[in-house]
Design a protein around this ligand. Structure first.
Ligand SMILES: C[S@@+](CC[C@H](N)C(=O)[O-])C[C@H]1O[C@@H](n2cnc3c(N)ncnc32)[C@H](O)[C@@H]1O
Length: 297
């Protein structure tokens, strides 16, 4: 571990770490920041120097762990381009993003831009802006890949949090960033790597799900493909942890591995009465030295 674990060679207290360390720079559907206290006892107690996260999204677990070497993968090319730009040109990106205005017509004009016509820095700046000024931080695209999230109508959204963006940029310096399918993780999976998998969840009902992070949804065939990758990673001697919804299908796919229940607050649901805690599963191929009863629901 490096980064926010130390300051001038002195270990930080947990409080200092929480204040000083980077936080996810984006709002992200399914982001795990709020679940980290429940996750901590489930993380491996050793071998955290090498880490891979093939559905990185807002990167909550990565920004908490700050491994020496991280491989961060996501199918969302705009997201990976943003992380690359932030890692390599934080100052320029921050300067560019400061130009954005919280105004509906301006938002719609930025939303209408074609990322392919922009250079990587402009694309990253557009991505950050749409994330902060758009509704609920959603990244949703239609079948043609066009962003279609409405203006968020926030009074004063913090589009540029310079201090955090700079911490995030530092944290990303040693990371390998890959835009692609989660299966690419197999290219980096050597024995001892800790792999955290946080896919779009299997729907608990026909209508319950949000899977449009990228064009094309994540279906049961993808969930099976993922369970297969989990088994391959296990065979290779990686430490593997996966999050998913608590459904019979998921329990069947990972039968034989250790399953824990955690309670999460659902972020995306238009009906307020469905935003209460929901049961989610954490499945691992390793045991932790800490007993788990406290977190089961
Ligand atoms: C539940 S979110 C991850 C949230 C993340 N753990 C966090 O804390 O913010 C799932 C992510 O998977 C990505 N994704 C969807 N399908 C994918 C695929 N086939 N391969 C890689 N990433 C994919 C989405 O773009 C999204 O960022």
């Amino acid at each position: 571990m490096k980064g926010n674990g130390l300051r001038n060679g002195q270990a930080l207290t947990e409080d200092e770490r929480a204040t000083i360390g980077p936080r996810p720079p984006l709002k992200w559907v399914g982001g795990k920041w709020g679940l980290l206290p429940q996750f901590e006892p489930l993380l491996p107690r050793c071998a955290l120097r090498r880490y891979a996260e093939p559905f990185v999204g807002g990167g909550a677990v990565f920004f908490r762990l700050l491994p020496e070497n991280g491989v961060l993968i996501d199918k969302n090319e705009e997201l990976i381009n943003f992380y690359c730009a932030l890692r390599d040109s934080a100052g320029a990106l921050i300067g560019h993003a400061r130009r954005h205005r919280n105004d509906r017509n301006y938002y719609l004009s930025v939303r209408a831009m074609n990322p392919a016509d922009l250079d990587p820095l402009e694309r990253a700046s557009r991505f950050l802006y749409l994330n902060k000024a758009g509704y609920n931080g959603l990244w949703r695209v239609n079948s043609q890949g066009k962003h279609n999230v409405p203006f968020g109508r926030y009074e004063n959204p913090r589009i540029v949090d310079e201090a955090n963006l700079r911490l995030v940029s530092e944290a990303l310096k040693t990371a390998t960033l890959v835009a692609g399918d989660f299966q690419r993780v197999l290219d980096y999976a050597t024995p001892g790597v800790f792999v955290y998998l946080d896919p779009p969840y299997h729907p608990v009902s026909q209508t319950a799900n949000f899977t449009s992070y990228t064009a094309g949804s994540f279906n049961e065939a993808d969930q099976r493909r993922l369970a297969e990758v989990f088994r391959k990673l296990d065979e290779r001697g990686c430490l593997v942890m996966v999050s998913n919804s608590d459904t019979e299908f998921i329990r069947r796919e990972y039968a034989g591995y250790g399953i824990q229940v955690v309670k999460a607050r659902r972020a995306i649901n238009c009906r307020g009465d469905r935003r209460g805690p929901v049961r989610e599963l954490v499945i691992r191929n390793y045991a932790s030295s800490i007993r788990q009863e406290g977190i089961t629901g």
